[in-house]
Ligand binder design. Structure first.
Ligand SMILES: C[S@@+](CC[C@H](N)C(=O)[O-])C[C@H]1O[C@@H](n2cnc3c(N)ncnc32)[C@H](O)[C@@H]1O
Length: 307
């Protein structure tokens, strides 16, 4: 087991204790308040039907949502962390609609998802792929377990976001290594991998696993909108942040709510949402893409050594 997976076996996302179904559902609503536009771009489960896999389900937020609000006949939660699965199991007990075997939980680390080929209709994967050591291996597994006509809904951290271009460099401070500061800023300082991906990065990654993909837009963390309200105009002129970020901020426009959009007209939130559908193309290994995206420093060292 590598560093990233063993980190997630020891740490899991914030999980309050719930005593009632009502409290558990209220938490889902609170989450939508905390992440503006999440409800719009990652809509609460409406279209998920048949067998749905929540990959990297954590302590079960989306499992609860899928059980309560989707027409899924079966919901399977997979996570590398037994602790997360235990928390999810406890929470799901509050929801009768999750009973009778409709929700199953299993441990898996992506190298092999413990499900049969073509046995799943939809995959839900929120906030996971940017943390795993080999996202393309996971995507190949998605392709294997997905039935014909199935789709994958993905959220990965957005490179063109307020988080990466304003909040981290201006509010938290990034020194001269923005990627490293971003890595430490999301899921604990010790989280080994937290990649911020562009639309092209994601299209390339899912492409080598045999998927087509559409960018659905992004949602914000509330802290991004606060940072924008307070600091956008000062940050644009500040030498504290990398020139690339300053240029990027200079291209933004704000909608009537004050939500920033990038030059392409996409909201600049941290949660980049994609829908991937299977296409008929030969699978590739994609190792070089993973290396470029996930281990750019290691790659630079290797090419320096070989010169
Ligand atoms: C940031 S959390 C997101 C949890 C959940 N999807 C949500 O949105 O609340 C990332 C989750 O991915 C899981 N994870 C990390 N690496 C994994 C891997 N290789 N295979 C399966 N799950 C993994 C972690 O244990 C953690 O629960």
């Amino acid at each position: 087991m590598n560093k990233a997976e063993s980190y997630w076996r020891r740490h899991t996302v914030r999980a309050p204790h719930f005593w009632t179904r009502r409290g558990s559902l209220a938490y889902l609503d609170w989450r939508y308040l905390r992440y503006p536009l999440m409800r719009e771009v990652m809509p609460p489960y409406g279209s998920a039907s048949g067998v749905v896999l929540d990959y990297g389900c954590g302590p079960g937020n989306d499992l609860v949502g899928l059980a309560e609000y989707s027409t899924a006949s079966e919901i399977i939660g997979v996570d590398v962390s037994l602790r997360a699965l235990r928390l999810a199991r406890r929470r799901l007990r509050l929801h009768p609609v999750a009973g009778g075997g409709r929700v199953r939980l299993m441990q898996g680390d992506g190298a092999r998802i413990p499900l049969r080929d073509a046995s799943v209709d939809h995959i839900w994967c929120e906030g996971v792929l940017h943390h795993v050591s080999n996202p393309i291996a996971v995507l190949h597994e998605f392709r294997r377990v997905l039935a014909p006509g199935g789709s994958v809904k993905l959220m990965v951290y957005n490179r063109n976001s307020v988080w990466r271009n304003l909040y981290v460099p201006y509010v938290l401070g990034c020194g001269d290594d923005l990627d490293e500061a971003c890595r430490k800023s999301t899921d604990g300082k010790g989280c080994p991998i937290a990649r911020f991906c562009s639309i092209r990065d994601v299209s390339e990654m899912v492409g080598v696993a045999g998927f087509d993909c559409d960018f659905m837009g992004s949602y914000f963390a509330d802290v991004e909108l606060r940072a924008c309200r307070r600091h956008l105009f000062a940050a644009m002129r500040s030498p504290r942040i990398p020139p690339k970020c300053r240029r990027f901020l200079g291209e933004w426009t704000l909608d009537v709510r004050g939500y920033p959009m990038d030059a392409a007209g996409f909201y600049a939130g941290i949660g980049g949402v994609y829908v991937a559908t299977a296409e008929d193309c030969a699978w590739a290994d994609g190792r070089e893409i993973v290396d470029r995206l996930y281990w750019p420093n290691a790659q630079a060292e290797t090419s320096e050594r070989s010169e």
